[in-house]
Design a protein around this ligand. Structure first.
Ligand code: PEP
Ligand code: MN
Length: 371
């Protein structure tokens, strides 16, 4: 689907970067008003976020105050003149938000993962004029993300932004969610003029990573940031480790460096730097994978030593070479290239395993000398 007539949101949407901030969840009227008062005093925040219905991974945890919290957000608007944004996961949520004057709604990562839900909410948006933010789905499936943007566009919504909140990792990683920056970069290549806002809080999972992710997002000229801010994060009812307190948020806004945009005078992004950014992100992930592979090599070295097996096992190496070359060929990679890469990996793995068995030998000798 051709998405050709996206519109800018609010007059200040062009302020770069567009800052959205607020608590993960609206926890009480006092809490949202306290945050609103602080955000208003900072002056740089264009939109306040607050979760009302919380999609929780496990049952029995705090799942939001629901409709009564919408009244608290009405007070935020009345007392501080701040615009408010809320996550909606069903047509009912949307209806309640519209009734209570919510300015912007967003679809969360879990909702976007399910095209049925996106379709239902989109139908409920038909004929409504409200800006909609669309988070990336949990899995790094760019088509699913693009599809959600298209479904919302198809019912007539023209003020749309995507929100990059990272992708669920299959194993423990440094960050709570893998950034995989190449994906939001590709999304904005696929949909011209689509603003992509970064949510460093959900990528980080920890407040001390929020600064580096925010800076990275600005370096990649993302259109804005959505940051979780709480008066007392340690007591937060959801996402407590990743929310910033007021001082941390204030320091963050002061310290972010806004670099020259890659958008030239005619509004076109510099293609070469976009491609370089994608390569950088993929290399970063390759290196993480290499480190994981070598860590496992080390464990194999220990196992082989304990079980008196030789480090080099010829049939295993030949099998690795054959299966990886077959896979590479299917993905249009030259067999000789795969072979060279694998040979390097294998050499390094042998070096690590040999080092481990030498160390263990030394330790054993030392131990027997002491007997
Ligand atoms: C949130 O914004 O608090 C949230 C639940 O985010 P996500 O949908 O990205 O997990
Ligand atoms: Mn959250």
């Amino acid at each position: 689907m051709e998405i050709s007539s996206l519109q800018s949101w609010f007059p200040d949407f062009g302020n770069y970067p567009f800052i959205i901030a607020g608590p993960c969840s609206a926890e009480s009227e006092e809490q949202v008003l306290e945050v609103a008062s602080y955000l208003k005093s900072k002056g740089k925040v264009s939109l306040m976020r607050a979760g009302i219905w919380k999609p929780r991974t496990r049952p029995g945890t705090f799942n939001g105050h629901g409709i009564r919290a919408l009244k608290w957000l009405e007070s935020v608007k009345e007392e501080y003149g701040l615009r408010v944004a809320v996550e909606v996961a069903s047509p009912k949520h949307l209806e309640a938000c519209l009734k209570h004057g919510v300015d912007v709604v967003w679809l969360g990562a879990r909702t976007v993962s399910n095209p049925f839900s996106v379709e239902e909410i989109s139908e409920a948006l038909r004929g409504v004029d409200i800006p909609v933010m669309i988070k990336n789905p949990l899995s790094p499936d760019i088509d699913l993300w693009q599809g959600a943007v298209e479904r919302v566009y198809a019912v007539g919504i023209r003020r749309i932004a995507a929100v990059h909140r990272g992708f669920s990792p299959f194993e423990r990683t440094l960050y709570r969610n893998m950034p995989k920056w190449e994906i939001p970069i590709e999304l904005r290549q696929r949909i011209n003029n689509l603003p992509v806002i970064c949510d460093p809080s959900h990528i980080s999972g920890r407040s001390d990573f929020v600064h580096e992710i925010s800076q990275k997002a600005l370096d990649l000229t993302m259109s804005g940031l959505m940051i979780e801010v709480h008066p007392d994060p340690a007591k937060a009812l959801s996402d407590s480790a990743q929310q910033l307190n007021f001082r941390q948020f204030g320091d963050l806004l002061e310290s972010l460096v806004i670099r020259k945009s890659t958008i030239d005078d005619s509004g076109i992004r510099n293609q070469l730097s976009e491609l370089r950014n994608q390569i950088d992100s993929i290399d970063y992930q390759l290196i993480e994978l290499l480190a994981n592979r070598m860590r496992i090599s080390g464990k194999m070295g220990e196992y082989k030593f304990r079980n008196n097996l030789s480090v080099l096992q010829m049939e295993r190496w030949l099998e690795i070479l054959r299966t990886r070359t077959e896979q590479g060929t299917l993905l249009n990679l030259e067999a000789s290239f795969i072979e060279r890469v694998l040979t390097l990996l294998h050499q390094e793995s042998i070096r690590i395993q040999t080092g481990i068995s030498n160390n263990m030998n030394d330790a054993n000798d030392h131990w027997s000398e002491e007997q």
